[in-house]
Design a protein. Structure first.
Length: 409
């Protein structure tokens, strides 16, 4: 039996990565009968409440029951109360010996507290698996746009909290899941005494049905000719996603290759238009799509930009949009040192890796690639879709996760 504990549930990436995986686990015979959502006791916005409600419906569709809500005090350093609540839920559900798959350190500490509660009561105890995605302490510094030396006392305390929770969760976990091999290496560097087994389960991507028909329909809606090269940007306008650098590359490509088209597919359309105007990138299509429907428009593209700075966060990442590009048949264009993906595309010809120090060289590399057979033609698109189905589908992710679950049973 598997129970899943989340420290967050409402974000689109969590929903997109969670529910197909839960369904795939059930298809493999795993009983996934409980999902618990851990939340601080505090007022949340109407938008967040709506997001949680959507996520709860997704959980119910995937598991057959709504999620349990485990609350704790904001800024708490102890999750005993939430752990006792989870222990009661596990006991009442006859799941006290389940495998607890916990997304992020807070959820892991709650699950560990539940395990301790059940052990003290003389019951067989669950095994706790930490699903660790990203370096939360470094991400926090990025969000502040400060170095560690520039933090005020409250910010320094928050940073220490991220690090303390990660260390405590790694000590408490019976097993750990990471989305990249770079993350596995960094985890062992940070915690050299780590005893728990560590498994590699990359972010998955759902296969796209009838992709060539979607491509034709999307190009018709966008008014992009069948033979035009279309390069897409998928994502938000945050600085870490390098939206402005992507716009500058698009402008240089359009200047060097007449007839090339560009698309920004984002939930921040107004911000995208402002960036494109600022860098004088004209004739760029800007579209929005509801979460889960991006593939209906993305299928039109030949290339998909995935540019990142060379920093610790990106070196251990596994960007979801990499899989979304491949599942649609889109050829990714990455900068070096993006998780495992940069090395992967160079070794398998799934995409391109370009540097941005010389934009002209990057432009020439893309133009030469577009003229090469087997890259953005039908054969190339089918190759990428097949690779995604075989390597990063939800079913494949469930297989990798099952290997760790069996090791802990």
């Amino acid at each position: 039996m598997v129970a899943v504990v989340y420290a967050e549930l409402a974000t689109p990436v969590v929903r997109a990565q969670s529910f197909p995986l839960l369904a795939a686990l059930r298809e493999r015979g795993r009983k996934v009968d409980l999902v618990a959502f851990a939340s601080p006791r505090r007022f949340v916005s109407l938008a967040l409440r709506r997001g949680i409600a959507r996520a709860a419906r997704g959980v119910q569709a995937a598991t057959g029951r709504p999620p349990e809500v485990l609350t704790y005090r904001p800024r708490t350093t102890s999750f005993r109360g939430a752990g006792r609540r989870l222990a009661r839920v596990l006991r009442d559900s006859q799941m006290h010996d389940a495998l607890l798959l916990c997304r992020q350190p807070r959820a892991t500490l709650i699950a560990a507290a539940a395990r301790d509660e059940l052990t003290q009561a003389g019951r067989s105890a669950p095994r706790v698996i930490l699903d660790l995605r990203g370096l939360r302490d470094v991400e926090y510094l990025h969000s502040l746009e400060k170095s560690e030396e520039q933090l005020d006392p409250a910010e320094a305390a928050a940073l220490a909290g991220y690090r303390d929770r990660e260390a405590a969760a790694c000590r408490a976990a019976d097993g750990i899941v990471c989305v990249s091999r770079g993350m596995m290496t960094e985890l062992r560097r940070r915690h050299p005494d780590l005893a728990a087994p560590v498994a590699h389960v990359p972010n998955h991507a759902e296969s796209v049905s009838d992709p060539e028909e979607l491509r034709r329909a999307a190009r018709a809606r966008l008014r992009v000719a069948d033979d035009a090269v279309l390069i897409a940007y998928l994502g938000g306008m945050s600085a870490w996603q390098m939206a402005e650098e992507s716009a500058l590359l698009v402008r240089a490509l359009a200047e060097a290759q007449p007839g090339l088209r560009a698309l920004f597919l984002t939930h921040e359309a107004d911000a995208a238009r402002a960036i494109l105007k600022r860098v004088d990138a004209t004739d760029v299509l800007v579209r929005s799509a509801p979460s889960g429907d991006a593939h209906l428009t993305l299928a039109a593209a030949d290339y998909g930009l995935l540019l990142r700075r060379n920093d610790p966060v990106n070196r251990v990442a596994c960007p979801v949009k990499f899989g979304e590009y491949l599942a649609c048949g889109v050829r990714p264009v990455l900068t070096p040192n993006v998780g495992d993906q940069s090395d992967l595309v160079m070794g398998s010809d799934l995409g391109l890796v370009v540097g941005l120090a010389d934009v002209g060289a990057a432009v020439r590399k893309i133009i030469v690639d577009a003229a090469r057979p087997g890259t953005i033609d039908l054969d190339g698109r089918e190759k990428r879709r097949a690779w995604a189905r075989e390597n990063i589908s939800a079913t494949r992710a469930a297989e990798r996760l099952t290997e760790l679950l069996e090791q802990l049973e």
